[in-house]
Design a protein around this ligand. Structure first.
Ligand code: ATP
Ligand code: MG
Length: 582
């Protein structure tokens, strides 16, 4: 069936939407693919839905190819299973919760581990039933703190989520690798530029976890890779190599110095270098103590937490959040300082934290035997040679310090370089967190129960569409890869002449009969308007039926390169079929 622009439910916009920060958002709205309904909620108009369905089908094909079976759960779920795993609470403000008319609690599912685990438990019981991989392509809901960039971070979005169930770790490893390979072929088919990086397992627990990040300057995720090895990781997952512990013997005793007006690291270092203590200090010799407060989900109370890190590094809030997940974290403010007078702003040291029962975690570089210049808990005073393991003992370590380009790679090979990306997929060896919660067992050959081990794997289907637009556009519009383009050919009637209409109609019918999908611009608009819209909409091949038709010629335009080619009308259908089928 030929789609006609004269009746297609499409109004392109001249102006960028006011709230659009990134090109994909701007162009998908202007070209009439999506319309905003609420913060993080978008309507799919005909063009958008065509592309979304194509992406969805490619995902489906790749999942089916590894033997995964499609099922579908409701998005509206009862509280109980999520209560059982703790996620009703752990999800915090990210979860949409609601009540039915009887007052029972429900949620709109952010992801479905609980339901898949319960369903497998319900249907399967013998070791002979396993392994099994199930998936769905379904709408997910998350009350994101910062919905942004259109469909890149929605509060309602389409996700493919699959779950593997295995009898043992080797089985889980196999299912994980199968997904990894499926994602590689899937993202390759879509022509996406992406990297695979180590990820945090966060609150989910479990071991191996990797993310697929689409390379994008304006992405929310930062990843690093080694200049020498194949090490690559989301910065949230970078672990700081700890130096070897040192002997405490013979280290000079700690001494407190009066250091007026030194509330910043820079002033402090300058002060000590001017004081002539017989050595030079750098910011890396100072121990900066940053105070934050954390709140566990489901509780109301904020707890103070001290973080000690070398003074040449800032706290990276995303790394800190990832380390403390699922707890919420905020910097302390003036009111907190006022409420806790033992916190002397600019001069906080480990001692008063300990004396006042504040949990104190340090950067992994702060090992036993390292000596620091740090706050003496008294206005205008610092202490030199405060030795870890002798003068203070932290409650543990934490990954909170920024990761910098040029840092040694955690695998010891090369240094790190950083770039930004957008998470499009996440694969995860969950282990038994959910099967333990629901006691999902299979009876083994010896009739003893075997606890099932689980993996979970997600692709952001609607986000992928946004990323495709992000990676495939120019100033004037979208440029779809053929695999997902809403149409194969965009036919433009460039003139008012009836003969042009008749010629274009005939060619469109022939293309359609040859199995290509065609959108025909049969509107009474000027050729200029039609070309602009064709460029905005982004079908990769544009067929222009214009003046040349009288001489038996039409023009084929490549949207990406801008190249135009005059082709004889007689051969153009065959030419286009070849082009599209590759
Ligand atoms: P992010 O770190 O971007 O918030 P996530 O780690 O919370 O993502 P997962 O729980 O791993 O996401 O979900 C699987 C996939 O779903 C992600 O890889 C991503 O592609 C997609 N996704 C997650 N949140 C959103 C969202 N708010 N809008 C669109 N897609 C999303
Ligand atoms: Mg993720």
């Amino acid at each position: 069936m030929i789609t006609r622009m004269s009746s297609l439910f499409l109004r392109t916009l001249r102006e960028d939407p006011a709230d659009a920060e990134v090109p994909s958002h701007r162009l998908l709205v202007r070209a009439g693919y999506i319309r905003r309904v609420a913060p993080g909620g978008y309507a799919w108009l005909p063009l958008g839905l065509r592309v979304l369905r194509k992406v969805e089908n490619i995902v489906r094909e790749e999942m089916n190819a590894i033997g995964a079976q499609e099922i579908q759960f409701p998005a509206l779920l009862p509280r109980e299973p999520y209560e059982k795993t703790g996620r009703w609470t752990e999800y915090g403000d990210g979860l949409f919760r609601l009540k039915d008319r009887k007052g029972a609690d429900y949620l709109l599912a952010p992801t479905h581990e609980e339901l898949f685990a319960l369903t497998v438990k319900g249907e399967y019981g013998s070791y002979k039933d396993f392994p099994v991989v199930l998936y769905q392509i379904q709408t997910k809901y998350r009350d994101e703190a910062r919905p942004r960039a259109g469909i890149l971070r929605g509060r309602e979005f389409l996700m493919k989520d699959s779950y593997s169930f295995d009898l043992d770790d080797e089985g889980l490893e196999r299912a994980y690798l199968a997904h990894r390979n499926a994602y590689i072929s899937l993202f390759d088919r879509l022509g996406l530029e992406y990297v695979i990086v180590a990820a945090t397992s966060g609150a989910m627990g479990g071991s191996a976890s990797e993310e697929f990040l689409a390379v994008a300057e304006n992405g929310e995720d930062t990843y690093v890779r080694s200049t020498e090895s194949d090490y690559a990781a989301n910065v949230e997952a970078v672990t700081t190599p700890a130096p070897a512990e040192r002997s405490l013997e013979g280290l000079p005793a700690a001494q407190v110095h009066e250091t007026p007006n030194t509330p910043t690291i820079e002033k402090l270092v300058d002060f000590f270098n001017a004081a002539d203590l017989g050595r030079t200090f750098t910011a890396a010799d100072t121990l900066k103590n940053v105070l934050v407060k954390t709140k566990q989900p489901g509780t109301k109370e904020w707890q103070l937490l001290g973080i000690g890190l070398p003074g040449d590094r800032e706290v990276d809030m995303k790394r800190l959040e990832a380390s403390l997940e699922p707890a919420e974290v905020e910097m302390i403010d003036a009111a907190d300082f006022a409420a806790h007078p033992f916190l002397v702003k600019g001069y906080i040291g480990p001692k008063s934290l300990k004396d006042n029962g504040v949990r104190y975690l340090v950067d992994p570089r702060v090992v036993t035997g390292t000596a620091w210049l740090t706050g003496a808990d008294k206005d205008g005073h610092h202490v030199v040679d405060l030795v870890a393991g002798r003068d203070f003992t932290p409650d543990g370590t934490i990954e909170a310090a920024e990761v910098r380009e040029g840092d040694v790679s955690p695998d010891g090979q090369g240094t790190l370089v950083a770039a930004r990306g957008i998470e499009i997929g996440h694969i995860f060896q969950l282990g038994r967190k959910y099967t333990d919660a629901f006691e999902v067992d299979a009876l083994g050959p010896d009739s003893k129960p075997i606890r099932i081990t689980m993996g979970s794997y997600g692709v952001g289907v609607s986000r992928v569409l946004g990323v495709l637009a992000e990676q495939n556009h120019d100033e004037i519009g979208l440029i779809w890869p053929r695999e997902v383009s809403p149409f194969d050919v965009h036919v433009v009637i460039a003139g008012k002449d009836d003969a042009l209409s008749a010629g274009a109609e005939k060619l469109s019918a022939e293309l359609d009969a040859a199995g290509l999908s065609v959108v025909l611009d049969d509107r009474k608009a000027s050729p200029g308007v039609k070309f602009k819209d064709a460029e905005l909409v982004g079908v990769p091949t544009i067929l222009v039926v214009g003046r040349g038709l009288a001489n038996g010629l039409v023009e084929v335009k490549d949207r990406r390169s801008g190249d135009r080619e005059e082709i004889a009308v007689d051969g153009v259908v065959e030419h286009l079929v070849k082009l599209v089928r590759g």
